[in-house]
Design a protein around this ligand. Sequence first.
Ligand code: SF4
Ligand code: SF4
Length: 372
Amino acid sequence: MKHNWLQKLDVNVPQLGLGCMRLPTDGDTIDYQQAQRIVDYAMANGVNYFDTAYMYHNGESQYFLGKALAKYPRESYFLTNKLPIWYCKEPGDMEKIFQDQLQRCRTTYFDFYFMHSMNDEHWAMAKQLGLVSFMEQKKKDGSAKAIGFSFHGNLPLLEEMVEAADWDFVQLQLNYLDWDNQNAKGFYELLEKKGIPCFVMEPVRGGYLATLTPSAQEVFRQAAPDRSMVSWAYQWLLSKPNVKVVLTGSSSLEQFVENVSLFNTLPPLSEKEEAVIQQAVKELNSIPTIPCTGCRYCMDCPSGVDIPAVFAAYNYRASHHTMAQVRKKYEEIPAGSRADACVSCRVCCDKCPQSIDIPAQLARVKEEIYAE
Ligand code: SF4
Ligand code: SF4
């Protein structure tokens, strides 16, 4: 696995990191045996970067990683974690969560520590509770070797945040579809200008770029019949010089083995390939979808709406299914968990990293699905 040198920190990080938000599960809990096989394969193949967060798998991702990595020397891998400021009511809560995270992960330090999912609301909370000073203190005492944040806001916010501290990295949602659609280009270029390494989350947009729509698939198939859809997404990312780590979640060992193989073998992106990707983007943008990645940060809805399931059913139309088929998919969601259960309380809205106006989109789904 190719590693990238982070000059300021003087460390070599692998181009591919294992995101531990969507590990293999056995019902509601992590399948430790399957997930351990992925971790072991990662360590054997130079993918020694493991990304977790307080809330992944309802906290269990941290316990799993602590256990799975215990047999490896601590200095042989990089371990991240993230502070969810929205769980903090007072400054002391940040320390409580941090200590809890160290304990859950069976470690005394994190290599990369993040302010999690920063948007306008979370940044306002961070300022109120003194999160930046807290992060700086953790770096000073060595319990966080490097500090940064994962970002889901707009350009003015990023401009303000990059000036707020001497950040070691910033993690962006970056992929060829969000480059223009969500102004990821502007974010990336700002980090490049500031000399801040860019780490990448959602490289395949919650799986959407691995499946695509039939017309976008056709564009790629015509260009290279034997290539997987996902390989285009990775190749595009690897052509960006300030992309230092790309996180991919893997819910099976087979999927992870394929990712490692792609990262090891993909050639640089040619101009012709870039043009193919842009043609596919045109096709993707020709069908309206809701940009939900299925992350479930918005859950649980107090009224029982299964928000990601409703949006997934709606987005089913992108595969050129008829509205009758979309309706069928939608009606597989139990009554009481569909869009009509939404009472517009807006409890979910600030939690969505994609800034989706959830009640408005639920209303749209309800209307459009039954319009024909
Ligand atoms: S706005 Fe609707 S979907 Fe969101 S939490 Fe309230 S009831 Fe649930
Ligand atoms: S609506 Fe937003 S928060 Fe909820 S699953 Fe989709 S992307 Fe995640």
